[in-house]
Design a protein around this ligand. Structure first.
Ligand code: PLP
Length: 396
C-alpha cells in the first residue's frame, strides 16, 4: 500500500464492534479483566491505550519499523530513548541540533554522567574520529535545525553498525513522507509529533519507532516505566492530523520552493538555507527554510511587520511561522557554538505553511521593505542632523 493510502486510512477498520471510520477516543484509565490470568490486551492506560495503539501501529508502519511509541512531547521521546544508556556512556551527536535537545543533553543528561561529543555529521571522518571506547550511539538530525545540514544516514548507520553502536535519527523535519531512516540502517527514529505529523499547531506529542526485537523491548519497558505517554485525546488529534500529511507536505514543499527562489533574488538576503536532498535518502526537501539577512538591524522591524506569517516558535503547521533562532529555539546553545554552526543574530527560520504562495511572498516582501525604509528614514534623519550640526558649527 502507498504512503498516502496508509495515512488517509489510519484507524479505519480497527473498531470492529461499530465499524467507526474514525477510531474512538478511549478515555479509560483501567480495563476490566475477564478472569484471573486473562486480559483484553489492555489493563492500565499508561501501559497501553486503544487509541494510542492505533497511532503507535500507524507510525511504526509509516517508518517501516517494528514498534511505535507515542509520548507526551518530542522531548519526552528523546528522554526515553536516552534512558537506554547508563552513566559513563558516550554519544556522538550532530553539531547543529534543536536547542531543546542540546539543553536536555548538556543540562540534564550530563548530570547523570552521559557524555556527548558534537560533530558535523556531513563529515564522516569527524564522525568516526569522535567514536571512543565508551561510545554507544550516534544521534543525528537530517536536515538539521536550523542550518539544514544533511547527513548521509546510510553511511552513518553503516559506520555505527561496524562499531557496535546504535543510530538514532530525529526525522521531525522531513517526516516519513519524505524520508525513512530505518530502511537506511537506523535503529531508532524519533519525531516531535507537534510539528508536521500533527500539522495544525494544536497538539504536543512525541513518537519513537524502533527496529529490532531487543531494542523494541527495552523501549517498551522504558515507555511504561517512565510514563511520559500521550493521552488518548491527543493521540486522536495526532491521528486526525496525520491523515492529511501527504497533501500538506506536498504543499509545504511547493510553497517553500517558491519562497526560496524569491529570497535568493532579494537584495536584503545574504544567504538562503534549504535542503538539496540526498539521492536515495529523501523523496523531498520539506517546508523549512532558514535565511540570513544582510543587517541585524532589520530583524525587529521584519518580525513586527509580518501580517500573514506569525512570529512564533514552532514549525510544521498549516499556518506559516517565522522564528528568530538565536533568541528563541536555540537560545540555550552557548553563543560560541551557535556562531560556529552559523546560528547568528541575522538568521531567521521560516516554517512554510499551506497558504497561497503569493500571500506569503508578498508578506515577506512588504516586511523587508518596511525594514529598509525605516532604516533610510533613520539614516536620512541622521545625515540631515549631521549636516545641520556641521553648518551650525561653521557659522559659530
Ligand atoms: C520541536 C522539536 C523537538 C522537540 O519536540 P517537542 O514536541 O517540542 O517536545 C525535537 N526535535 C526537533 C527537530 C524539533 O523541531
Amino acid at each position: 500500500m502507498n504512503v498516502e493510502t496508509k495515512l488517509a486510512q489510519i484507524g479505519n477498520r480497527r473498531d470492529e464492534k461499530t465499524g467507526a471510520i474514525n477510531f474512538p477516543i478511549y478515555h479509560s484509565a483501567a480495563y476490566q479483566h475477564p478472569e484471573l490470568g486473562e486480559s483484553t490486551g489492555y489493563d492500565y492506560t499508561r501501559t497501553a491505550n486503544p487509541t494510542r495503539t492505533v497511532l503507535e501501529d500507524a507510525i511504526a508502519t509509516l517508518e517501516k519499523g517494528d514498534r511505535g511509541f507515542a509520548l507526551s512531547s518530542g522531548m519526552a521521546a528523546i528522554q526515553v530513548i536516552f534512558s537506554l544508556f547508563s552513566a559513563g556512556d558516550h554519544i556522538v551527536a550532530s553539531l547543529d541540533l534543536y536547542g531543546g535537545t542540546y539543553r536536555l543533553f548538556e543540562q540534564v543528561l550530563r548530570r547523570f554522567s552521559l557524555q556527548f561529543s558534537y560533530v558535523d555529521a556531513r563529515d564522516m571522518d569527524s564522525v568516526e574520529a569522535a567514536i571512543g571506547p565508551s561510545t554507544k550511539a550516534i544521534f543525528i538530525e537530517s536536515p538539521t535545525n536550523p542550518m539544514m545540514h544533511e547527513a548521509d544516514i546510510h553511511q552513518i548507520a553503516r559506520l555505527a553498525k561496524n562499531k557496535g553502536l546504535i543510530t538514532i535519527v530525529d526525522n521531525t523535519f522531513l517526516t516519513p513522507y519524505f524520508q525513512n531512516p530505518i530502511p537506511l540502517g537506523a535503529d531508532i527514529v524519533v519525531h516531535s509529533g507537534t510539528k508536521y505529523l500533527g500539522g495544525h499547531n494544536d497538539v504536543l506529542a512525541g513518537l519513537i519507532v524502533s527496529k529490532g526485537e531487543e531494542i523494541s523491548e527495552k523501549l517498551s519497558f522504558l515507555h511504561n516505566s517512565i510514563g511520559a505517554v500521550l493521552g488518548p485525546q491527543d493521540s486522536w488529534l495526532l491521528i486526525r492530523g496525520m491523515k492529511t500529511l501527504a497533501l500538506r507536505m506536498e504543499k509545504h514543499q511547493r510553497n517553500a520552493n517558491k519562497i526560496v527562489s524569491f529570497l535568493k533574488k532579494h537584495p536584503c538576503v545574504e544567504e538562503v538555507f534549504y535542503p538539496e536532498g540526498i539521492k536515495g535518502q529523501t523523496k523531498g526537501n520539506g517546508g523549512m527554510i532558514s535565511f540570513r539577512l544582510k543587517k541585524k538591524e532589520w530583524i525587529p522591524t521584519v518580525l513586527k511587520n509580518l501580517r500573514v506569517i506569525s512570529f512564533a516558535e514552532s514549525l510544521g503547521g498549516v499556518e506559516s511561522l517565522m522564528t528568530y533562532p538565536s533568541v528563541q529555539t536555540h537560545a540555550d546553545i552557548p553563543e560560541e557554538i551557535r556562531r560556529k554552526v552559523g546560528v547568528c543574530d541575522r538568521l531567521l527560520r521560516l516554517s512554510t505553511g499551506i497558504e497561497h504562495e503569493e500571500d506569503l511572498i508578498g508578506d515577506i516582501s512588504q516586511a523587508l521593505d518596511y525594514a529598509v525604509n525605516e532604516e533610510n528614514i533613520h539614516r536620512n534623519g541622521g545625515e540631515l542632523d549631521e549636516i545641520f550640526h556641521a553648518n551650525h558649527s561653521q557659522s559659530l
